[in-house]
Structure formats: structure tokens, C-alpha cells
Design a binder for this molecule. Structure first.
Ligand code: ITT
Length: 193
């Protein structure tokens, strides 16, 4: 059985990643709290590679990392790579985005999720990028999920991400898309190792 470290310190992501990886016969470990990687990349994929690779090397284990964020069209793609650092709490981050969007007619936005899997020597075995388009609400709705979920609206479903069940979020979200893209290769890798 392959031991893989889930290289995130974000409990919302961790829960989703554990659920999406549940089909694989892997022993999942959680990254130690004190192992923090500087996100110095200039793209989501670069940061995902960096986190997976550094955690893998530090622990001598396979590691899987997610770098993700919200890109709002009318804010030229902000908060983007800085989604986690946009303010001090989920609520403050939501308030900042809503404030910056005041008076803007274009509410279109997307969530982006890069996933990278690193071998114990830090080399990247697999990577992918998932995107989910949607719209920014003017007020938060729902109490599920995490992060910006209460203000991200999916027109096809008529609900915000925070109003979806975990299974519905998996079916539509950037992270769900990324993991579905990766799954065939993960299963192949599983057989080869
Ligand atoms: P790790 O680097 O430890 O994984 P992080 O929270 O710092 O945790 P990122 O740098 O990738 O992770 O930042 C992603 C941020 O984007 C995250 O903190 C949320 O604010 C937001 N985000 C990503 N996916 C999201 C989702 O599914 N729903 C809501 N917000 C999301």
C-alpha cells in the first residue's frame, strides 16, 4: 500500500482531498503543522509542484499538493494566487472581494485548482489543472464548504458552492474536475508501484 502525505494545512481542502482519494488503496498521512513551504511560484501549477516536492523531500514520502484560488474577471483575476493571503479570515476575505466588486456589473469568476503528486525524491510524477466558472454573489449564501464558497454561485445549479452537498461540490468544483482528470493516471501508478 502506497503511503502518501496530503501536503496541505487547510482543513477544508484536506477533507475534500481525503474524500476524493478515498477510492485509492492509499495510506494517507497529514503534513506536519510545522512543515511550511513558501509559495514563491508565479502560477497555481508552480506552487502545487513546489508544495508537493518540498514536502515529499522533507519527509521522504510521496506527497500530493493542491494550489488553488479564486479569479474574479472584473478584478483582473484577483485574488488569484493570493486567495489565501487576501485578508486574515475567510469572512474578511469574502468581505474584501465583495467590497472590491461593489458597483461592478461583471460578476463572472472562476475557481482554479492545480494538483501535483511528487515522488519521495521530490520529482513530480503527475500534475493537472481544474477550472470551474461561476459568478460572484452580492451576499454570502449557505454554510457548507470553506473559503470563498458562500459567494461563489453556480448558475446551472442555482446555488452557491456553500449550498451544495460535498458530493455535489465534487461533481462541479475545480478540485473535483482536477481529481477526476488525475484519477486514471493515479490508478495506473497504483498498479505499477
Ligand atoms: P495549503 O497551501 O496549505 O494547501 P492554503 O489555504 O494556503 O493551504 P492555497 O495557497 O492554495 O492554500 O490557497 C487557496 C485559497 O483559495 C484557500 O485558502 C481559499 O481561500 C481559496 N479556495 C481554494 N479552493 C476553494 C474552494 O473549494 N472553496 C472556497 N475557497 C477555496
Amino acid at each position: 500500500m502506497l503511503t502518501v502525505v496530503v501536503a496541505t494545512g487547510n482543513p477544508g481542502k484536506l477533507k475534500e482531498m481525503q474524500a476524493y482519494l478515498g477510492d485509492l488503496d492509499w495510506a494517507l498521512q497529514i503534513k506536519p503543522d510545522d512543515l511550511d513551504i513558501d509559495e514563491t511560484g508565479t502560477t497555481f501549477l508552480e506552487n502545487a509542484r513546489l508544495k508537493a516536492s518540498e514536502v515529499a523531500k522533507a519527509l521522504g514520502q510521496w506527497a500530493i499538493a493542491d494550489d488553488s484560488g479564486l479569479e474574479v474577471d472584473a478584478l483582473d483575476g484577483a485574488p488569484g494566487l493570493y486567495s489565501a493571503r487576501y485578508a486574515d479570515s475567510d469572512q474578511a476575505r469574502i468581505e474584501r472581494v465583495l467590497r472590491e466588486l461593489e458597483g461592478k456589473a461583471n460578476r463572472r469568476a472562476q475557481f482554479v485548482c492545480a494538483i501535483a503528486l511528487a515522488r519521495p525524491d521530490g520529482t513530480i510524477a503527475l500534475e493537472t489543472l481544474g477550472i470551474c466558472r461561476g459568478e460572484m454573489l452580492t451576499d454570502p449564501r449557505g454554510d457548507g464548504g470553506f473559503g470563498y464558497d458562500p459567494i461563489f454561485y453556480v448558475p446551472d445549479l442555482g446555488r452557491s458552492f456553500a449550498e451544495l452537498s460535498p458530493t455535489e461540490k465534487e461533481a462541479h468544483s475545480h478540485r473535483g474536475v482536477a481529481f477526476r482528470q488525475l484519477m486514471p493516471a493515479l490508478k495506473t501508478l497504483n498498479r505499477e508501484i
